[in-house]
Design a protein around this ligand. Structure first.
Ligand code: GDP
Ligand code: MG
Length: 157
């Protein structure tokens, strides 16, 4: 079942937490058939924020972005499944919720680029998923487990 075990990093951002959307986001990912292997409700500090969003350090919105992501708790998660990184990105929709398709998380739950509910690792950035997982979780915080529904999600387990 090695092709079902790609892991990706996902988090409900401070706006999603404040708006009570943790359950909605988790529900969509669970419903898709992805498997939860780690989760943590936490506050991101300045250093972690700057490292997590390091690729945007020279962008004009960087200070606002770091301020936003540290302003309230987040719900950080690791999800596993076939092509998980890309599939979560498809479920998230476009970065700007105003442009995201209805049916996507951002397209259904957001209206503002700076407050777009969810983060997911970039599938076009090779290894971003593993780097982000390692940044937020220690190995022992991730749970290896067999989900009994797997045979009903994937044709060949
Ligand atoms: P993502 O991977 O879809 O989250 O998008 P990016 O990696 O390009 O940007 C990271 C986050 O920065 C986005 O989710 C937005 O919340 C924020 N962001 C991106 N572009 C802008 C911008 O032009 N202005 C502001 N205020 N925030 C932005
Ligand atoms: Mg990104």
């Amino acid at each position: 079942m090695s092709h079902h075990d790609e892991r990706t990093f996902v988090m409900v951002k401070p706006d999603g937490v404040q708006r009570g959307l943790i359950g909605e986001v988790v529900s969509r990912l669970e419903g898709r058939g992805l498997k939860l292997v780690g989760a943590k409700f936490m506050r991101i500090d300045q250093d972690l924020a700057e490292e997590h969003y390091g690729e945007h350090a020279d962008k004009p919105f960087f200070e606002d972005l770091v301020g936003f992501i540290t302003a309230a708790p987040v719900f950080a998660m690791v999800w596993e499944g076939a092509d998980a990184t890309r599939q979560v990105r498809r479920m998230m929709g476009a970065t700007d919720p105003a442009e995201a398709q209805p049916g996507t998380i951002r397209g259904d739950l957001g209206l503002d680029l700076g407050q777009n509910v969810i983060h997911g690792s970039d599938h076009e950035d090779e290894g971003a998923n593993e780097r982000e997982i390692a940044l937020f979780f220690d190995d022992e915080e991730l749970v290896n487990w067999d989900q009994s529904t797997e045979g009903w999600v994937y044709e060949s387990a």
